[in-house]
Write a protein that binds this ligand. Structure first.
Ligand code: PRP
Length: 209
């Protein structure tokens, strides 16, 4: 039975491929792919490469059985599918960051720029603060530098982007890692194959530790 897997392309893809290989899946065609987006040669596993938010769209519409995607996207999009396994790759964290002169205790209503409005809203509700949120699609670090926002909520992995743009962390929010998510109907129809894949991944995770 073929499992159809949507893999988040880019950083997530690069970090998770060694684990998939260690779990016995031949990922050589993906490693050497060029601009190819779909990989259907292996009878057991078909792969597509998609942007993170789109991975969930393919899963929600049943076009794919399995998604490999960051927990940032699962939380922000309120994932309705089964979150089956934390792959423990793609580890990073959400932070509140801004310029060195930012005062987190300022009483004026703050403007926060982010790619993740729901996660940002939830954080500020938890600390009892009402803020204005501006949705940005990328390079969020620009917003406080040019006066669009007072601060940002964004993902930090190595810290290089913040450092190189002279931004400081003011608060740590939640941790992020890559997860394996399964379409609800696919779990019923392809149960044995999906649990087999999860067992292989768990075994590979243990031997990597
Ligand atoms: C993410 C994130 C930061 C950067 C953090 O952006 O939004 O900008 O990575 O990584 P670092 O701590 O290792 O520097 P991404 O590269 O996905 O692109 P984007 O700016 O277009 O969102």
């Amino acid at each position: 039975m073929t499992l159809k897997i949507a893999l988040t392309k880019g950083r997530t893809e690069k970090q998770v491929l060694p684990l998939l290989q260690a779990a016995g899946i031949n990922c050589d065609p993906i490693v050497n792919k060029g601009r190819q987006l779909i990989f259907n040669d292996d009878p057991d596993y078909h792969f597509i490469l998609a942007k993170g938010p789109d991975v969930l769209t393919y899963l929600n519409r049943g076009a794919m059985d399995i998604g490999i995607v960051g927990s940032d996207i699962l939380v922000e999009q309120q994932n309705p599918q089964y979150d089956m396994l934390d792959l423990n790759t793609g580890r990073c964290r959400f932070v509140l960051a801004s310029t060195p002169d930012f005062d987190p205790s300022q009483t004026k209503r703050k403007i926060i720029a982010t790619k993740y409005p729901l996660i940002t809203q939830t954080y500020f509700e938890q600390i009892g603060e009402d803020v204005e949120i501006i949705k940005i699609e990328g390079s969020v670090e620009l917003a406080p530098l040019v006066g669009l926002a007072d601060a940002i909520v964004d993902i930090v992995e190595t810290g290089t982007t913040l450092r190189e743009n002279n931004l400081k962390v003011y608060a740590e929010l939640q941790a992020v890692s890559t997860h394996l998510v399964v379409n609800r109907l696919a779990l019923k129809q392809k149960r044995a194959a999906i649990y087999q894949l999860i067992a292989q991944l768990q075994k590979a995770q243990k031997s990597e530790v």
